[in-house]
Design a protein around this ligand. Structure first.
Ligand code: GAR
Length: 195
C-alpha cells in the first residue's frame, strides 16, 4: 500500500477527487494517511475530516522565520511516513530540504499544459487569466514530479482542454478541473501506486 500525504491550501476539489478515487477503486493500492494545509479554516480540511483522514495545519504565521516554518513542515510531513506526497493546490514553495528528503516522491498538479503558463507567479486563477490573455485555443493540466525549480520537474501526465468562445478565467478553470485535473491526478497516483 502506497502511503500518500496530500498537501492543500484551499477548497480541495483535487483532494476530493483523490478521496473519491480511493473509495471507488480508481486509485488502488493506496492509503491516504494525512492531509496538511498551510491555511487554517479551508474547506479542504473539512473534506479530510469527512473522509476520516488525519490532518494538520502548519501555518507560516505561527513561526518566527521561514526556516522555522520549513522545518515544521518537513517534520509534519515525515510524521506521516509517506511514500508519496501529492501537492493538490498547495500554494507554498516546497523547502529544498523536503525535496532532498523526498526526491522523486513529490508530485504536483498544475492547471496548464507545461511549459506554458507555469513558473513563479502562475497559480490558481492567474494561470487561466494568462491563457485567455494570450488567446490560446487549447489549455489543460499537467501532473509532474517536483524538483528544485518551479514547475520544472519531469512530466508524468497531461490532458488537453479546449478554450471556448466567451470563457472567463472562472469558467475555464472549472472546465480544466472537470475535464482534466480531477481525472489526471487520481490516474497519476494510481500509476505510481501500481508500478
Ligand atoms: C487547482 O486548479 C490546481 O491545479 C491549482 O490550484 C487549484 C486548487 O484547487 N494549483 C496551482 O495553481 C499550482 N501552481 P483545489 O483546492 O480545489 O484542488
Amino acid at each position: 500500500m502506497l502511503r500518500v500525504v496530500v498537501m492543500v491550501s484551499g477548497g480541495g476539489t483535487n483532494l476530493q477527487a483523490i478521496i473519491d478515487g480511493v473509495a471507488d477503486g480508481t486509485i488502488s493500492n493506496t492509503q491516504l494517511v494525512g492531509v496538511i494545509s498551510n491555511n487554517p479554516g479551508v474547506y479542504a480540511l473539512e473534506r479530510a475530516k469527512l473522509a476520516n483522514i488525519p490532518s494538520t495545519v502548519v501555518s507560516p504565521k505561527e513561526y518566527e522565520s521561514r526556516a522555522a516554518f520549513n522545518d515544521a513542515l518537513l517534520a509534519t510531513v515525515s510524521s506521516y511516513k509517506p511514500d508519496l506526497i501529492v501537492l493538490a493546490g498547495f500554494l507554498v514553495v516546497i523547502p529544498e530540504k523536503m525535496i532532498d528528503a523526498y526526491e522523486n516522491r513529490i508530485i504536483n498538479i498544475h492547471p496548464s499544459l507545461i511549459p506554458a503558463f507555469c513558473g513563479t507567479g502562475y497559480y490558481g486563477l492567474k494561470v487561466h487569466e494568462a491563457a485567455l490573455e494570450r488567446g490560446v485555443k487549447v489549455t489543460g493540466a499537467t501532473v509532474h514530479y517536483v524538483d528544485k525549480g518551479t514547475d520544472t520537474g519531469p512530466i508524468i501526465m497531461q490532458k488537453a482542454v479546449y478554450v471556448e468562445e466567451g470563457d472567463t478565467p472562472k469558467t475555464l478553470q472549472q472546465r480544466v478541473m472537470e475535464q482534466a485535473e480531477w481525472k489526471l491526478l487520481p490516474a497519476a497516483i494510481n500509476k505510481i501506486a501500481n508500478q
